[in-house]
Structures are given as C-alpha cells and as structure tokens.
Design a protein around this ligand. Sequence first.
Ligand code: 4NP
Length: 156
Amino acid sequence: MNERPKELKVLFVCLGNICRSPSAEAVLRIRAEQAGVSLFVDSAGTGDWHVGQAPDKRAIAAAATRDIDMRDIRARQVCTEDFSRFTHIFAMDQSNVAALMALRPQGGTTPQLFLDLIADPVICEVPDPYYGGQEGFVHMLDLIEGATQSFLRSLS
Ligand code: 4NP
C-alpha cells in the first residue's frame, strides 16, 4: 500500500528574520504557487531583537519590484518545536546553521545551507544585507530565486 506523501513544510532561518529569511519565505511561497506545488512555508530568526516586526523596508521594496508581497510577514524567533514541525530547514549562512545545531533536539530536522541547493563553488551563503545598501537586497533576492528554482526542480 502506498504511504501518503508527507506534506512539505519549509522553514527559512537567518539572524534577525527581517531581511533574508522572510524574503526567501515570500519568494518560495509565490514561486511554488506559480509552479502548482503545494507546501507550507515560514521563516524565523535565531535572534529575538526584531520579534513582531515587519520585514526591513529595503527587503519589502526589493521584493515589490518582482511583484512579491511580503508586507504580512512578522518576525519570530526559531524554537525547538520547529525541528519537528518542519520537513526542511534552510539556513542563510553558516552561523545560522551553527546556532540551529545548538538548539536542535535529537532526531529533529537537520538544518542545511539554502545555497547548497545551487552547488555553486564560489558562493554558499546568502550575505547579510542589513548594514549595506539597496544593491545588497537585490543580490540577496537573486541568490534566493536561484536556490528556490533548484528546490522546486528537486521536487519534480
Ligand atoms: P537578517 O538581517 O538576518 O537577514 O534578517 C539582519 C537583520 C537585523 C540584524 C542583523 C541582520 N541586526 O543586527 O539587528
């Protein structure tokens, strides 16, 4: 007898949950919908400084140029339940992976670097754009879009 496929639940994680991971959440949500793929997607930060806040205005503006709406997203901090709730946990950089591994209960979903999906020998992390200019947010979105396409291709 065929087992019912497990529902895909994807969590993106960065440091503050106001720039990279909410952008990845919004991009995957819309690209999956456009591809007819059903999944649950969320994001969280390893830190708690921005809990309850909307994404950074620069991230909202960069996403808006691609018709991606992220105004309803609010920051939250990652919690131990996330490791059993989510089938995939994608981190934006190595320090996020280290923070997640320190929290991960035994048997919980293992976090992986999101950009490992594109297997680029040069870039394996989504750089933190917080202290830079708008161009950093555009670059961030390009990297996220590429890894999102790889992820969706891996499902088909
Ligand atoms: P994120 O960017 O991790 O991509 O959301 C940051 C947002 C805020 C801070 C650092 C990174 N911060 O130091 O407040």
